[in-house]
Ligand binder design. Sequence first.
Ligand code: ZN
Length: 304
Amino acid sequence: MSDLFEQPRYVPKNKSVIAIIREFEKEYLEIFELAKTKWNHSIREFHRDATGLKLSRGLGQGRATNITIRFLPDCDNDFIRLIDEHFPDLDFLEYTKTRALYSALNESSDYFINDPVGKFHFVLKGHCYKYLEKYNLKKLQKVLFFEPGRSKDIFGAYYYKDSRIELYYIPLIIFSQINQIDLEYLIVVILAHELAHAYHHVGFDTDGVYWSKMADVDIGIKEGLAQYYTALYVDEQKNIYPGIEEAYRQLLDFQSGPYLVHESWLKSFKKEHVKHAFNVTRRNGNLDYDEFVNILKRAKDQLK
Ligand SMILES: [Zn+2]
């Protein structure tokens, strides 16, 4: 329970951010808890099967590594500061509701061609359109998600020191609201990514070897692998939970660089090629992205 009461040192200026923090326990915690109760096991089972790595070395060889998952408002308040800097007065809930109203009005506009009192068009053009022009969606998405997401995971993090996962509820809730995607499935995709890091780092292979040098490798290798195995998990779940794929696709639109290299792996290589290159990299201490790609290409020749 201690996660809930951890207050950010920085005091947010944006009132809707303050409201989310205040109402987190009542309004959102239940959805976040599903990550631990409903999805945690399924994602872990997937990573174990896909990579062959286990968090336990096996009977008599030490206990399993404990991966803890915590829910916090933000990572060092970086995202909250960004909101305060660029959109201090924006009410994200009002924005979400206005977008929904604008879509609904547009969809039903054929039924209001004869609008004798002019109310329909006043709400559509006079209110919604002006409001959404003022807070342009593309600018919002670029400033809050695309730019900061170039070099770090803004929605969650995995910490090497104590194998801890943190999920950041302010960016997760706001991203799901402004992009109109299901919060539960968004959390699932982020958890799959962070748990991939955990398995890749402290997962033991059948020789009891774990990836001791993971923290030092090129960001393209570690983020590429986390994204690659997340994509495979999404693919496995999409027929039963199409919302997971929707969340994954929406996230991809705001990712770049090392968070997209896995797309070319998915197109050009088979699962065993990637698994082989991953194992050679973990075991031989390779740190270089170009060398990783060379190993992938060699794996393709060797494993037809
Ligand atoms: Zn990551």
